[in-house]
Design a protein around this ligand. Sequence first.
Ligand SMILES: [Cu+2]
Length: 545
Amino acid sequence: MVFTLLQRQASRGACLLVFLSALSIQAAAEVCPRPRAGSLVSNPAELHSSNGRLDLEFAFRTFVGADGLTRYCYMYGDGVQSPTLRVHPGDEINLTLRNELPAASAGTPPHTHGMDMQRGCTPGAMNSAATNLHFHGLDLPPTCHQDETLHTLVEPSDAGFEYRITIPKDQPPGLYWYHPHPHGYSEAQVLGGASGALIVEGIENETPDVAGLPERVVILRDQRVPGLTEVDEDNGPGKNISINFVPVTNPFYRPARIVARPAERQFWRVLNASADSYFDVQIRFGAIIQDVREPQTLELIATDGVAAGARSQPSHILIPPGARAEFIMTTPPLGTYAQLVTLSYDTGPDGEATPYRVIANITSSQDAAEEAHMPAPGRSLAAGDRVAALGRAKPIRQRKLYFSEIPPDPAHPNTPPQYFITVEGATPAIFDMNFKDPNITVRAGTVEDWIVENRAHEAHVFHIHQLHFQVMERDGQNVNEPLLRDTVDVPYWDGKSPNYPSVKLRMDFRNRNIVGTFVYHCHILEHEDGGMMGTIQVIPSASKK
Ligand SMILES: [Cu+2]
């Protein structure tokens, strides 16, 4: 089988795609192909908008690998898997999603809704063959054919389903992503690898420090450990992980390979596209390969697509599932060993094991292939203005929400717990697709403060669609982070402390284009599928624009 590799030009022209080379691979008929452990990490293939448009078609496919695990992928053309979509503010994306999964076996009536436009916009029976797309982090209206996941279900068909979105002109430039969001089946599809990056260009205008730097797009994913049950994963190795699809797997955890020019500042754009796994990333140096343990300082540029309001220099960055971190790192000088690692993260007694692992060995070489470079800055924009503005905005009210779980019945220890996210005062209930009233109603144009508590013995991750928030407090202590996020970790409750772990979030509903009903949920997708999701309706502002 012959397929085409796409790669970005080092100098970014207006081109859409660049034909690089053709390779022949031996393993014919493998759908959603994956590199071997220990492979070289390269940037994902890319598709660029041109003249304000990006038109593309994805085939959504599945495959059961030799390890018995189910893969899912978005295939573009004959051989490009989950490319990074690169667009500018104001650009239109016209994405046709063709669901090529085998139709669900039993009990699924054919999906006929009359008008072709409405296909997929009214929910049919939920089943494992249905899918949809969520554009995580983008400020898009929650309407069908844009960024709507409650009612949009794309069934297997030849015709395909059209997503037509316009990147808002004021969308912060940075790293976003796309992934499926069919309630009940999101975890399986994302574990299988269905995800990709979406970059809104122009971050060098807000943070000129990144202009001209070599750029690396890093997508971290997770997958089940073959042969292990969920319970065994929780108590043992957790999930396997991968970097740009290069697997790092139990029990040997052979690291992937990154080769870079020596002592070079690089701009890394890291997406945690895991279904369930936390990454606490760190870069370490060492004089000998057996002792690579000296943490390096990272310059944090942006979280969840938004440039930071103030620069920080952490030695590691926690990236919960769904979140992104963009930072400047320095590659090792010649003769120094270096590793990209993930530190262990304590998800609590009921959480999944998240051990320390080396993700990749980083080797310096004068002969390393040169990465594509970030462009020079254009018009200069002050980074952080939008962070400061939200911090100063006056919240019109405060709400409290909390994560909680009902553990499995001891008589049936292998049944999953029940997962809830509840507005204080309401009765905990798992998410119901046929809900009548939203859990929360807010008015566009306003700002609210939400306290999100974790009353469970495992860590959870709060995410809301269509907007960002600012973390004002953790555990009642002012942090006033100079960052915006769309996804935030909420640590577990130890069962003893008088107060539950909490975050206080300044929720930004000022965008008057974001009206309608959408969701907030735990971004550990096992929990979201299990019911840890609620609905919010944003009603139009009383005043005219
Ligand atoms: Cu959770």
